[in-house]
Design a binder for this molecule. Sequence first.
Ligand code: FAD
Length: 451
Amino acid sequence: MTNSPYDVVIVGGGVAGTALLYALARFTDLKRVALIEKYAQVAAVNSRATNNSQTIHCGDIETNYSLEKALKVRQSAQLLVRYAEQLPAAQRDQMIHRFPKMVLGVGAEECAFLRHRYEVFKPHFTQMQLLEKSQIAAIEPHVVLVDGRERPEELVALAVLEDYTAINYGVLAQSFVEQAQASDKTVDLKLGNPVQTIEPIGDRYRVTTATETMTARFVVVSAGGHSLLFAHRMGIGLEYSCLPVAGNFYFTPQVLNGKVYTVQNDKLPFAAIHGDPDITVPGKTRFGPTALPLPLLERNNLHTLIDYLEVLKLDQTVAGVLLDLLKVGDIRNYILKNIAFEVPMLNRRLFLRDARKIVPSLQLADLEFAQGIGGVRPQLIDRSQRQLILGQADIDPGNGIRFNITPSPGATTCLGNAEQNLLRIQEYLGCAFDRSWFTADQPLDQPLSVG
Ligand SMILES: Cc1cc2nc3c(=O)[nH]c(=O)nc-3n(C[C@H](O)[C@H](O)[C@H](O)COP(=O)(O)OP(=O)(O)OC[C@H]3O[C@@H](n4cnc5c(N)ncnc54)[C@H](O)[C@@H]3O)c2cc1C
């Protein structure tokens, strides 16, 4: 057992945990921090490049974001770009990429919706352009043309053509660790070391793994859905349950030059499928994600079924929330469709129908299931409010421990969330926190919290 306590121990080495490690090392006067990750490398779960959509969300092409949410998420997105731009060019170019991006409206109703959204968003998103059919075709010919002729439906798009839009969150997480370790602080990275228990001992916490025990003055648990499991085991956050929603993808030959999102059905809690260049698989376009409720806290890890059952805490309230969701026709149909996406023979045919909204000339033979690709979004259920929480959540009992649960856009907001964690750590430990890097573009009284 180490006698010298850490100032902060972070549990979980995804992009959220590593962003906090970087921020602690770089912007506070704390001297000893540690990050504990159960796998042998950081970003092995949802933050791995293959397991998410690699999008820097700004809210401009995500029509499920209100203007208020879009502006907040964009502030966090700008921090990612600020971070990447301070790196040597070769490192930056491994990490962050410029592609055109657009949200496509198909048919009169969606086009009218996008035209109106353009008026509301344009004053705040000055690079945003409203594209008519022929202008869309100039950027994304396969979205408009079938056998050289324009598809018949009315089309309009909101586009941003010159921006950083894609990022390898795995490379980002690794870079955060390297930058943190380059500081003059003690920054201990403990990989391949699953945390087993966290217990309060006086005004500190004892964190135990299979091989060691350490103490910390503050603990931040950024372990995806497992954050809630740790909280529950400590008797905290019992008002929350969890609905893990897995996302699958399909590859096609390269049919898009950039990111093409579609208009969101606002009754649905999850983003509609989109098409993206995959920055780890050049020459392909990746369509997805699907949204399949799955009883696992981690994709492709059956052991996490037991963890899920523990965190679900199924009772009448949770069952009631799930049943209420199923009572909404659009949600019920959407869930059924996503289950059907898993049925052999049917899956590709059904997915093709959705993907053809983006690229109408796609054929069944073009679609290849992206095996082993995709993660799980740990959506929280608030039992007291009897509702599904669509964004991320922090559980903070105010006594030196925080639990971050970060479904999408939790990778985009990793530095914004790190700032939130630092503010709470500063308050609790009384350490110095130089916030100027985070607030370079905004008034100091606007923290970057994203609901
Ligand atoms: C299909 C899909 C598409 C997405 N697309 C986007 C996107 O385009 N843009 C975006 O911003 N967000 C996207 N997201 C969301 C994004 O992937 C997550 O918000 C983000 O990766 C969360 O990071 P994290 O560090 O909190 O979690 P994770 O990356 O899951 O990291 C949690 C870490 O905790 C570790 N851990 C768990 N238990 C323990 C333990 N007992 N001891 C030690 N370590 C432990 C895990 O091994 C893991 O490394 C998407 C998610 C999905 C599923």
